[in-house]
Structure formats: C-alpha cells, structure tokens
Design a protein around this ligand. Structure first.
Ligand code: GCU
Length: 672
C-alpha cells in the first residue's frame, strides 16, 4: 500500500496548480518545486522571469527581490507595511492577481501552504492585505524513536503507528523519500523543529551525538528545505559514556570542555543544528543531582556549549520521585516540577528552554494546567503536549485532542483577560504520533491531531472545530470522494466531542491513572497503579475517592497557583467538577455543581460514553462506499475495538465503584 497523502493530496493543489504562477526571488527552490509539480498536474504554468499583470494570476515573491516584476506585486509591497518577519508572509489580492510576499524562503513556503488551505477562495475573493506570522517561535515535535529496538518499549516508545520513519533495528533507515514527505506535511502546518530520538537515551542512541552524527546530518539535509531544524536528545552522562571521562559534573572543567568540543563538531557537520533535548534525573536518566548540582547548573552547562552556535537546550521539567510509597501521603508527584524548578527561576541561561508538561502529573486526559507555567517569569518556557495518544486511546480510539489543547492554551493563570498560557510560553512542543504506518498515525483519524497541533502552535486562538474542518477539507477534497458534505458532517459528528467522550468512559472527574500497567497504559485497571511506586493514586475506599491536594488538609499543591486559582481549587464549593477528584477526597454522595452525586456521575458518564462510541461506529458505517476502501476499513476495525474497550472501561469502573460504595445506580442499569 502506498503512503497516504494525509493533508496534501494532489487534489488540494487544483486551485493553485491551474493558475499562471510567477515565483520570484533567490533560494526559493522548495516553493518552486511545489508549484512546478502542482502546475504539471493541473494544467497551470510556472514563470520565473518578470512579466506584467496580464500574464499572471499569482505572484509568490521574496519582498526584497528587486525589481518586483508585476505592478500588483509592487503595490502589495507598499501596502504590506511592517515586515512579516522570518516566518511570516503577506497575502493580498487586487484586480485579478493574488500576491504573496515573504522575507524568507520559509515564510514563502508557509504562505504557499496557506494558499493551498484557501483553495479557490484565494483567487476569487478580493482580500485586504493581511500579514500572517506564527504566535510561537518554535513549534516542535519530539520523536520518542529508538535507534535500537528497546526490549520493552520497542522501536518507538509510546508509538502506535508502526516502526520509526528514521531508524530500524539499530541503524538509520535512509528512507529519504519518506522523510521528505514528512517534511512537506510538517511545513504545511508550520512545524519548524523536530528531535529525532527518544528522551530516554540508550547506549546506541547516545552515539548519535558523535560517531553516528552522519545519520542525523542526513535527516537534517532532507528537512532543511522545509524550514525544519533538527534537534537531538542527549544523555547527561555523555562525557562519561562517550568521552571516557570519570565524571559528568557540570562544574568540572574537563566536562565543560568536552561539551564545548563535541558541540562544535556537531555544528561543523550540521550548521543549523537546533540543539539538545534533555531528560535528566527523571525515571532513571542521569542528571546533575548525582553530583550535588542543581538543574540550572546542568542545563547551563549544555547551554554554554550551544550558545556560540545559536543552539538551545530543551531541559525537561518532568522530574519527580518515582520510588514513592503509597502510604506516604505527604509526597505528591503533582508538586514535584514546581518544587524543583520554581526556585531556579532567573538562574537559567537565555538559551535554555524549560519544557513543562501541560499538567503536573503525566499527560492525562484531564489535569489542571501546570502551575510551573505561571511561576517562572524569568525563564523561557515551552509547554509539552502529547500528540501520541499514550493515555488517550493509543490511536485505537478516536480522540480528537484539538479542543483539549485549545483549553490548555487559553487557560488564564491570573484570571485576567489578557494573559493566557499561550502568551506566557514561547514555544509549543509535542511528542509525535507518527510512524512508518501507511496512514502515518495508525488510526487515520489521528492525523487530525498532528494537523491540529501544528495549526494551534502557529495560532493558539484558532477554533479547534474550524481546524478540524480545514483538515477534513484538505484530506477529502471535493472530487475525490463524492458526497463531501455528508463526509464532513459525519466526521464532525464523530470527532468534535470525541475527547470528552473518551473522558466520560475512563477515569472520572480528573482523578487520572486508572490505566492498565500490564497493557502499557491501555485499557482499564482501577487499582493498577494504586500501590505502585509511581506516585499516581486515587485513594478510593468504601467512603470516598480523590486526592486531597488542598493547603488546609492535603498536600498543599493547590497553593502552587496564583491566588485566584489557588482559592478556587482549594474550595470544595468552587472547584470545577471536571477536576474535583484531582484536588479533593470526597464521599460518594458529594453533590457536584451539575446536581448529580459523584457516584451517580460515574455511572451516568460511563453509560453515556459507551453509547456515544456505539453511535460513532454506526455513523462511520454509513460512510461505506464514500471513502477510500482501505481507509474506511482501517477506521471501522478501530471503532470495533473502541466499542469493546469503552465497554470494558465502563464495566470495570462501574463495578469497582459499586462494590466500594455499595450505592446502586439510580436508574437500575446493569452493573456487574
Ligand atoms: C511517561 C511515559 C514514558 C516517558 C515519560 C517522559 O511517563 O510513559 O514512556 O518516558 O512520560 O515523558 O519522559
């Protein structure tokens, strides 16, 4: 089976490819290549040399390219006003000419893909001059890909889309055509950085920094034309494991010299190398704590080596005690990132980006926003999302995450209208959901998550439903599938609310972690993590459920928020229902804002959630014959599994809480 075109099928280029297009400026080969291919396929013409307005429908030009050959483009340059910046572009249409201007080839490429999204509208509707530029400077995907197959985690840690597109069985795959296609897809949604190996760095992966650097350089060469810079996850112990030094102590002169030399060599090979990603002192990875040093010492060590070359270090804030005893109620994993990092605010070099998971625990389908994001004004921050669906159905379940990310990005830590999380962070980073699967993501509909990640990183204020609409439009454009109106309506009906549906049939009211450890976080196991060392407990007993994280009687986590939210979360009366059990331990008959009791809410949402998944499946079945057969079948199979799994969740959760509480369902539905 050939690789699915995702959001760049040939049909999406009809409007652009059937025009007379002038491409103007130096170094714009990628744009030229896209336009040439589109025109060859759809009957348009490409021009490189100056001509008058009468000869062109579309001008794609670098602003500073002189002379601008078309009167309409000259006018557009004057109207453009402020420069669009490194990655921005200006679009205008007057008379019968559409003009796209940018300051850099990458900006022009982003503009070209914007035209693809607009389709025919870019050539029919007169548009006032509009400047587009990304809200966040770095929009990055982290691949948790291993070079060598890990005995437990496989080729891709938390990967649900087959093997890695970069690595296989201990070596580079050299599948450059596939990597190029990937680069196109990422550029089309504005992603400009990727890291190519797992944050848990094994012995083979460590060597990507030194004797295996050529493999990284090869990937960088393929992605460069698409405006994507390559980063590398490195082990903090590299000076020991690669350099043969006796220590990796960040204050040791030899260690500093080793990082400086090694980093210089990286830049000699890859001039635009992005930098390092580091998971230190976390889940067994080495870090500065071994030497009695702080995480600022650790991060600054690498930042110092990268600074002369313009690189950055992404230092992850995911640091916590993973050897906890469940009987110890004073230690709270949710507190850990704040406790470790907030005291270091102001101590990091300017090329350190602290990479903070969106919630305080671990990528759950519902968590409060990490308080770290509101507490480090003197540090560059990235929020980390998980596009790979580790805790949201592992690409076997439909779970469109756009609405969730939009909520996180729009959260107002100070409750003032003007400052959202998106205003506080400078970057958005996400764990990739891509593999060598022909549909890229295992579940064809999971492509929408990758698409939405890029689009929301470009503009966090976009409406996630509108983003989904864009994706549907591009993926099943008119002419390819017949009844597009019906396909669109059905996809919205299935996907718009699918994250909330997932939440309904899994762990209730923000309590999290009821996933099965044995099946690697897939499916239910209510007590699966309850007595383990990982610090993720729900404390359900015969009287109640939830974690007391208040200052008054609990772990004090609620106090890590700015005063407004600290009060809201502290108060049983004010805490939002969806986070109640994250912040409070309550009896089963506690009445929610919704008017329901906690126990009845658990029963109701679980019955409703399964019914909704059954409806999803029914809706999908009605699309038979309207879609590509392989895609149709792949989704149909996965929906069968989603119905099975959701039913399993419903029954395990309902039975567990019925037995614990002894309270029957008010509606007498079957509970086993
Ligand atoms: C989760 C995930 C791990 C991963 C870790 C991380 O715990 O299960 O596979 O390594 O997050 O973010 O580093």
């Amino acid at each position: 089976m050939s690789v699915h075109a995702a959001w760049l099928p040939a049909e999406s280029f009809v409007a652009l490819g059937s025009r007379r297009v002038l491409v103007h400026g130096d170094g714009v080969d990628t744009v030229l290549d896209e336009v040439t291919r589109a025109c060859a396929r759809h009957g348009g013409q490409v021009r490189r040399s100056p001509c008058g307005d009468a000869d062109v429908d579309l001008v794609l030009a670098l602003r500073q390219a002189v002379p601008l050959p078309v009167p309409a483009a000259q006018a557009a340059r004057q109207a453009a006003g402020e420069p669009p910046g490194d990655e921005g572009f200006v679009l205008t249409r007057s008379g019968d000419v559409t003009v796209l201007l940018a300051d850099t080839p990458t900006g022009l490429l982003y503009g070209l893909f914007h035209l693809v999204r607009l389709g025919a509208a870019a050539f029919t509707v007169d548009q006032p001059t509009r400047r587009h530029r990304p809200a966040l400077r770095r929009r990055m995907l982290d691949h948790w890909d291993n070079v060598s197959v890990h005995p437990v985690m496989g080729q891709v840690e938390r990967g649900y889309a087959g093997g890695s597109i970069f690595w296989r069985d201990g070596a580079a795959r050299h599948d450059l055509a596939r990597i190029r296609e990937y680069g196109r897809l990422l550029a089309a949604v504005g992603i400009n950085a990727i890291s190519v190996n797992n944050v848990n760095v094994g012995p083979v992966e460590a060597r990507l920094l030194t004797d295996r650097l050529d493999d990284v350089a090869e990937i960088a060469d393929v992605l460069r034309p698409y405006g994507i810079r390559v980063h590398l996850s490195v082990t903090f112990a590299a000076p020991v494991v690669l350099g043969g030094l006796p220590t990796a102590d960040p204050r040791d002169e030899q260690v500093r010299a080793w990082w400086a030399t090694t980093t210089r060599q990286v830049y000699e090979r890859i001039g635009d190398f992005g930098g390092y990603v580091v998971k230190a002192d976390s889940e067994g990875q080495p870090g500065p704590f071994s030497y009695g040093r702080s995480h600022a010492d650790g991060a600054n060590l690498l930042a110092e080596a990268l600074a002369p070359h313009g690189g950055v270090v992404h230092w992850r804030a995911f640091v916590y005690n993973h050897h906890q005893d469940w009987r110890d109620r004073s230690t709270d994993r949710a507190r850990a990132a704040y406790d470790h990092f907030v005291p270091l605010d102001g101590d990091f070099r300017t090329n350190v980006v602290l990479q903070v998971k969106y919630g305080p625990v671990d990528f759950q389908p519902r968590e409060p926003v990490s308080p770290v994001l509101a507490a480090m004004p003197a540090t560059r921050l990235a929020m980390e999302l998980q596009v790979t669906q580790e805790y949201t159905g592992q690409q076997r379940h439909v779970c469109y995450l756009g609405p969730w990310w939009s909520e996180l990005l729009g959260f107002r830590p100070w409750q003032t209208p003007e400052r959202t999380v998106a205003d506080v962070v400078t970057e958005l980073v996400a764990v990739s959901n891509v593999g060598d699967d022909p549909f890229w993501c295992g579940h064809p509909l999971a492509q929408a998550n990758l698409y939405a990640f890029g689009r929301l990183a470009w503009d966090p204020r976009l409406d996630p439903t509108a983003v989904l609409d864009e994706w549907i439009d591009l993926t099943s454009p008119p002419g390819s599938t017949g009844d597009t109106g019906r396909v669109r309506a059905t996809l919205h009906a299935i996907m718009d609310d699918s994250w909330r549906t997932y939440e309904r049939y899994t762990a209730p009211l923000g309590v999290g972690f009821m996933v099965d450890p044995l099946r690697h976080h897939y499916g239910p196991n209510v007590d699966g993590y309850e007595y383990s060392r990982w610090g993720t407990y729900h404390f359900a007993d015969r009287d109640g459920v939830g974690v007391d994280r208040t200052r008054a009687t609990g772990t004090g986590y609620a106090g890590q928020y700015p005063p407004g939210w600290a009060q809201v979360y502290e108060s049983l009366a004010d805490c939002p229902d969806e986070l109640l059990l994250f912040f409070h331990h309550v009896p089963y008959d506690h009445v929610l804002h919704s008017g329901s009791t906690v126990i009845q809410h658990i029963y109701d949402t679980h019955f409703t959630g399964v019914a909704q998944v059954e409806t999803m499946r029914e809706r999908w079945r009605q699309l038979a014959g309207l879609l590509d057969q392989a895609l149709f079948e792949r989704v149909a199979e996965r929906l069968d599994e989603q119905v099975r799994s959701a039913t399993e969740w419903r029954d395990q959760i309902n039975t567990y809480f019925f037995r614990k509480s002894g309270v029957p369902d008010a509606h007498g539905r079957p509970i086993h």
